[in-house]
Design a protein around this ligand. Sequence first.
Ligand SMILES: [Zn+2]
Length: 152
Amino acid sequence: MLGEADGVVPDGTTVFDDDVPGVANLDPALLGALRQAAADAAGDGIELYVDSGWRSPEYQERLLDEAVSKYGSKEEAARWVATPNTSAHVSGDAVDIGHVRARAWLSEHGTSYGLCQIYGNEPWHYELRPEASGHGCPPTYSDPTQDPRMRQ
Ligand SMILES: [Zn+2]
């Protein structure tokens, strides 16, 4: 049975919820950038909710299995869910932001914190690209199958 200890995130979790392992186990630099952004977003009346953050390999495997069932093949599932070996969620380097307004705010302001969208088909998925604050985020991949990191 998967639970919070595997990275399952309760509804209403924000980037400040240290007692939720899915948040607490994120890379400290990513978490720091998210909290800085969240503090500024709060000034605009926006909270940055976390739909998913760090995940155990078991949780990632479950999500992959579910995606294979849903999309009918491993190839199609790979456009949406990475394997436990390749997922940036398992390494604590990715966060899925919840709520439309929070995503819209981060889409507009994230770059200055180094928070970048990586995949065109996943507007909720953010990773830290520290160089982005000076140079802008790198171009997005249309989906994860285009990402060389996913071919390890
Ligand atoms: Zn994600």
